[in-house]
Ligand binder design. Structure first.
Ligand code: MG
Length: 293
């Protein structure tokens, strides 16, 4: 299934998405009034037929506004640094990597960090920042993984059993803060710096080799396939679950590809009025305007 939260005439609805028909089916019943209904669907293992049985209305996609599929992050979303070869090289050369100087730009082990919970942002909502605070805001189109079941010490072979679905994400980053504060958390955690959506696609419906592409104002900047990850999704889950329990609704941003703004000379940072589009096959697309406030 493809599941979303949408707003129609001022009301928020849980919805199933039919991408081919460009239609959403609004879901009623007990889940409809849950404060975080998509998380409830994941946690309770609610099936597509169960949701279909509670559909109250079908409407064209153009008549609704898509919200972030999760109403709130349960805890910090996880993210992975330097997980595509060419991006690892461009980032190391950029001068914005506070940890550069290591023997190799290509990490030996997955580099896991988190973003604060209030980074959550909708698929069409503005990415806002104060230019007095940061002058180097950058996009990072990424394929996000949504965990379905509580897990600890999972082997690579079993990892995908714990993945509920995939979602388009943008790991928006303030490069100057990322560099100046050495730890990436601050530069990755400005409010609204994690647009996600427009829906979550369950693993059974997700294409096997998803392609992630990013444009800024229509100019293509990024294009990569999930098969090009240095550390694939099972490896990430094995690594993370060896250290900590993963929970239903946890989101893992799997890393960005070559083509981020800081990789250009001179860098192409985001400015007021820009629009960032991230599209992933089978997962829909984000279209976030940039606002300096
Ligand atoms: Mg990233």
């Amino acid at each position: 299934m493809k599941i979303a939260r949408v707003e129609k005439a001022g009301r928020v609805h849980l919805a199933l998405v039919d991408e081919a028909k460009q239609e959403v089916a609004l879901v009623g019943g007990a889940l409809a009034s849950h404060p975080n209904p998509v998380l409830a669907v994941i946690e309770q293992g609610v099936s597509a037929p169960q949701l279909q049985a509670s559909v109250t209305e079908r409407v064209p996609m153009t008549q609704v506004r898509f919200l972030a599929p999760l109403s709130a992050f349960l805890r910090n979303p996880f993210a992975v640094g330097k997980n595509y070869h060419e991006h690892a090289l461009e980032f190391d050369k950029s001068g914005f990597n506070a940890t550069s100087g290591a023997a190799s730009a290509i990490p030996q082990y997955p580099q896991i960090f988190t973003k604060a919970t209030l980074t959550l942002n909708g698929p069409t909502d503005p990415i806002r920042f104060n230019p007095k605070h940061t002058q180097s805001v950058d996009y990072e189109g990424e394929i996000g993984v949504v965990i379905g079941t509580t897990c600890r010490n999972v082997s690579k072979a079993d990892a995908m059993k714990h993945v509920w679905g995939f979602v388009a994400t943008n790991d928006v980053t303030a490069r100057d803060l990322q560099k100046n504060h050495a730890q990436w958390f601050l530069g990755k955690s400005l409010d609204g710096f994690c647009p996600m959506g427009p829906w979550i696609t369950t693993t059974d419906e997700a294409p096997t080799d998803m392609r992630m592409q990013t444009w800024v104002n229509g100019e293509q900047r990024q294009s990569a396939h999930i098969s090009q990850l240095i550390f694939d999704v099972p490896t990430l889950i094995e690594t993370m679950s060896a250290a900590m329990t993963l929970l239903p609704g946890d989101v893992i941003l799997t890393g960005t590809s070559v083509g981020v703004g800081v990789g250009f000379n001179p860098p192409k940072f985001l400015r007021h009025g820009d629009v960032v589009r991230v599209a992933i096959t089978g997962l829909g697309e984000l279209n976030n305007p940039v606002e300096e406030i």
